[in-house]
Design a protein around this ligand. Structure first.
Ligand SMILES: [Zn+2]
Length: 395
């Protein structure tokens, strides 16, 4: 009998929020696609059978906020500079199969970004295009309103619909709404969501005004649990209470993104928020050289933080697969539906005594930790921590 499938993943606990699957099931892959998800797939049907007993099988993780426009241009920060990182170096080892770059590049640098990073990475790399033509080049470049051209940015985004999924504004220090409004205008012209990093305005601009007057439903506020009281209004007030308009904004479709980064995740914000029911829609890392060795580390560590703050594994997986896929309007991603590209992650959930740091260095004790055991990208094993997919074994 000919074997029907390249790979069968057998006996794992599948969590696929889009399809409401939360059960021990098998999954088969052929020609790079998911071909069947069922209670019991005969192992004789697989050329390769991977046993995932006591593990969790999920869609490949989507990290919706990273910086991967790495390059050698001295002094250019995240835009083709040394502060961005290479995608394949960080993705698969954390179960991630899709990175969404959050505005490292504007339209001026995008062709370089595409040819030197997006086109040559195994990781799927999508991008929010920065409203600033020069992208995240640092210093005065990101303050230059003359370089925030909504029409030019929209035109460019329309030229690359496969890669560009939204428009980004970040790091603005002025005290006016012109950059926000240019960004939203580019979003309207392209029918794409915008993501806003609220910058550093002194005195701070009104967060309520940003959410309810400037952003549209479907637009994204990132760094949801950041605490920079002097320059940025936080969702939680001085008494630890989530401001009422935050719930209103979320209910009316404004999206909240974690974007942990090197400076944007404080327990003082995250813990009361979650206790009071303000849970970010998307868990994302804001990966770059300034976050990877601090409290953030990687998506596994970040997802584990949310488990230890009381979210269920299902809630965490939803916020790192299907939710970001919907928000960036890529419904073909972040799920295990039959016919979709086979991007799959397999995790162990280990128990122990762990410590989790926020950006201030404060430690939260936790007992659970997610570990990426196996990652499959388009049907190919690209990460295998303990050799569970090995086809030969040393005796
Ligand atoms: Zn960022």
């Amino acid at each position: 009998m000919a074997q029907s499938y390249n790979i069968i993943i057998k006996g794992g606990h599948i969590i696929d929020p889009k399809n409401n699957i939360d059960a021990i099931m098998d999954l088969a892959i052929n020609d790079g696609k998911i071909v069947i998800v069922a209670k019991n797939i005969d192992e004789k049907e697989g050329k390769q059978v991977i046993y995932a007993r006591d593990m969790y099988v999920t869609p490949g993780i989507i990290d919706m906020h990273v910086h991967v426009f790495y390059g050698t241009k001295y002094g250019q920060a995240l835009m083709n500079g040394g502060s961005s990182v290479g995608p394949d170096e960080f993705s698969f080892r954390a179960g991630v199969t899709t990175f969404v770059d959050a505005g490292s590049s504007g339209w001026r640098g995008f062709q370089d970004f595409k040819s030197q990073t997006i086109d040559v990475s195994q990781t799927r790399v999508l991008a929010f295009l920065n409203i600033v033509g020069e992208g995240m080049r640092g210093g005065p470049f990101e303050q230059n309103i003359k370089d925030m051209d909504a029409r030019k940015t929209a035109e460019f985004a329309k030229t690359y619909p496969k890669e560009i999924v939204g428009i980004k504004l970040a790091h603005y220090e002025g005290h006016d709404w012109a950059p926000t409004d240019s960004t939203v205008k580019a979003g309207k012209l392209t029918n794409l969501p915008v993501m806003v990093d609220f910058g550093m305005s002194d005195p701070p601009l009104s967060l309520e005004e940003l959410l309810m007057k400037h952003l549209r439903p479907g637009d994204i506020f990132t760094h949801a649990y950041a605490y920079w009281p002097k320059t940025r209004e936080a969702p939680v007030d001085e008494n630890g209470k989530v401001k009422p308009y935050i719930f209103e904004a979320q209910k009316s479709g404004r999206i909240f993104d974690v974007g942990h980064g090197g400076g944007s995740f404080s327990w003082s914000q995250a813990i009361p928020s979650i206790q009071q029911g303000f849970i970010a829609d998307v868990i994302s890392s804001d990966l770059h050289t300034g976050s990877m060795n601090g409290g953030m580390k990687d998506m596994n560590n970040l997802m584990s933080k949310f488990l230890n703050m009381g979210l269920s594994l299902q809630e965490v997986i939803l916020r790192s697969t299907w939710n970001p896929a919907k928000i960036i309007k890529r419904a073909e991603l972040g799920n295990l539906s039959v016919g979709t590209e086979a991007d799959v992650a397999v995790f162990s959930l280990i128990q122990g005594d762990f410590g989790f740091l926020d950006i201030t260095g404060e430690k939260l004790h936790g007992t659970k930790k997610l570990v990426a055991e196996l990652t499959i990208r388009a049907g190919k094993v690209v990460w295998d921590l303990n050799g569970m997919a090995a086809t030969k074994e040393r005796k």
